[in-house]
Design a protein. Sequence first.
Length: 299
Amino acid sequence: MQKVSNLLFICILFAGTLFTLYAQSEDENLTAKHFAIVEADGYAYLAEDKTIRQMREEALANAKRDALEKGQTFIQSFTKIENFQLSYDLIQSQSEGFVKILESKDHGITSDNRYHYWIKAEIEYRLKMPDVKNAPELQSNPAAPLNVVLWTDKAVYQAGECINIFLKSNKDFYARVIYVNAQGDIVQLLPNQLRKDNFLKGGQVVTIPDAVDGFKIKVGPPFGREKIIVYASSAPQGEIASAPFGKSLIKLKSDLPTVGTAVRSVKSSEAIIDTPNGSEFFEATVGIETMKNPNEKRE
């Protein structure tokens, strides 16, 4: 058995996949967020009483307004589904308001005598379920907003135990699954060097690790709070600086905020959902606890 980090070990899989489902979706350790990612253009007409800076600020403000309108249209298209009328609340951040800019390009003054500013933006929203009893049906409905249920077979693991991760979506999606250990190391579990395809089918339980992955996630020091994050989208995700880690895993070189931004570099025009207004993005995090085995003999 070859050690590849303090927490992750690569092992040959001899046994079948464990399918003990742990209902962690209702646990406080699980967080889930919905986003719409849109591209928008803003313009400002030239005027003698405006400086270049004023035109730039006006064009950017118009781009943000266009992004918000597109995002709301996109969200509304997923909340009007058969037998349900979902509502939503937009999430406002202190620094970005309702529109968080992921990428931007200042085109300056164009040939048609307008100042042009382009942005790719993210709009976070919170779904409001009409009835709790209908939540399971909505979570499996492919016409509903993209939703991924993420869980593990246990909430607390001791040294030497193996962690099994499961996820299931209501529709086809692109996925990136990462593991963050107690000291902040980020390892990408999916896609990996042996399972490179990260386009997953909706309605099917995906197991990590699976037989094709060639590794197990075995608990070792350092111990503490760990977390698994799944980034899901309706369009191919952005690239992240990485390096091979052992025979099958991938280690990410960036910190978690940088990873979160980079993976959102999707192209709305390549979304699975045929819409000119944007693409779906979903993020779920589940927390677990790792600890030393109390029965372990001291050397």
